[in-house]
Design a protein around this ligand. Sequence first.
Ligand code: NAG
Ligand code: NAG
Ligand code: NAG
Ligand code: NAG
Ligand code: NAG
Length: 436
Amino acid sequence: MKGEGVKLFVLLSIFAVLGVLLVIYCREDDLTGTLYAIYHDFEKKETLNSITHIKHSKHFMTSAFLDHRFNKTIRVISIIRRDSLQPLFCIYPNNNSYQVVNAQVEIHRDHFGFPFGASDVLCRGPSTHNAIHVAVSANPNISDIHKIDFVPVQNRVETETFQFNFTICISNLFGKYNNVLQFAQTMEMYKLLGVQHVVIYNTSCGPNLEKLLQHYKKEGILEIVSWPVDQFLNPSAGWNSQKNPGELQYYGQLVTLNECVYRHMYQSRYVLLNDIDEIIMPYKHANLPLLMESLQQEHKNRGVFLIENPIFPKTQFEESRKFRRPEWKNIPGVNIMEHIYREPSRTNIYNPTKMIVNPRYVLQTSVHSTLNHLGEIYRVPFKVCHIVHVRVPLQKHLSKEQLHIDTRVWDFQKELVPNVDKALHSAGLIKLPRFI
Ligand SMILES: *[C@@H]1O[C@H](CO)[C@@H](O)[C@H](O)[C@H]1NC(C)=O
Ligand SMILES: *[C@@H]1O[C@H](CO)[C@@H](O)[C@H](O)[C@H]1NC(C)=O
Ligand SMILES: *[C@@H]1O[C@H](CO)[C@@H](O)[C@H](O)[C@H]1NC(C)=O
Ligand SMILES: *[C@@H]1O[C@H](CO)[C@@H](O)[C@H](O)[C@H]1NC(C)=O
Ligand SMILES: *[C@@H]1O[C@H](CO)[C@@H](O)[C@H](O)[C@H]1NC(C)=O
């Protein structure tokens, strides 16, 4: 009898403890209950979700940044449904409670007619500089906001020393993209040109490229930002809403480019905004640091440099075929060293550009130019720098004789070729006797 009593007591005690734990656990989700728990759960969330729903709306947000250039406004890079505007509120901690302020929504003017557009949600109010995280909602009642609704506020410290000098932002890898050889050549080329950091927004990719991405991630040069935009929206695979219908331009390219610029504002001296198959190539300087040193000496107060983007058709092959190496025979993708014919710039139309920017000069960016910036834009002369962009021809009617010969990539062959081999080998994509 005595034994039964003890057992019952132990059992009841366990239930009591579980009950208390349950109450504490539930309270954690109650905002006004335990601020502490909310403060300390962020790092985990950041790596899980790059896209967060804006409560009681059709909109989404990605990341929030303190903008030191504008009175320490909190700028939340967002994806706003343009036909469903409604008052939004920013909610952030202040003085042991939560501050609720009206949000100002700025939809970027480049939205290409898609229903959703890259946007800034601006939070202005007291003590935004102290906010470590922020929520955006269409409901200003703070009891409606939970841990999960917050994103951390980044760039809280303004610095003038940078972890990287050159960072490349590559937006939106999607589908089964498996252009491995061109990517390996491009990455190795960029390393030779002085790039320390490459960022890719990954929705999905092909199986061989996956291996190469893992290799570069392990090596440390590549940062992969998970970009599951297709789980939230029906993204378009192009910029033309007639040809490629969908809810958001090119898998959210404009959103990720802006996110990337802000993410690197105090991490990188310069940011290069180009596609995965493009190399911003100096033609008068040995590398990017020398190019930028020279450009900045001439143009002190500029932070946006436009680089012309001519096409090197992948349909035209170099005659000697000396770079058709057996080692690369089974690697999927384009061998850029075989395509040295460049389409001429056209005089009667706008020749598209990509960019090198000082991110601290950029407010909003599009693909070919910034939309809103500080200082003046500088269009870099073609002879000084242009892009090596091997892809399907744009001016299809031109014969080989009408194209320019441009062998700039070959200048790097001595280091480039073995480095590409090494990378492919490390990624497990080729076996090379000399590395075994
Ligand atoms: C913080 O809140 C307390 C009580 O709510 C108030 O007395 C104090 O003035 C506030 N401080 C600031 C800096 O707003
Ligand atoms: C900056 O913010 C503070 C506090 O929020 C405000 O008092 C001040 O007027 C703002 N200044 C400008 C230039 O917006
Ligand atoms: C906020 O929401 C809570 C819980 O739903 C409710 O009790 C309270 O009245 C609301 N406050 C306002 C100002 O609407
Ligand atoms: C960036 O450039 C500066 C000045 O040219 C140099 O001292 C520094 O080592 C470079 N940093 C990196 C990470 O390469
Ligand atoms: C890219 O995203 C896909 C889909 O989520 C995932 O399976 C793959 O592992 C990711 N690749 C890398 C290198 O992160």
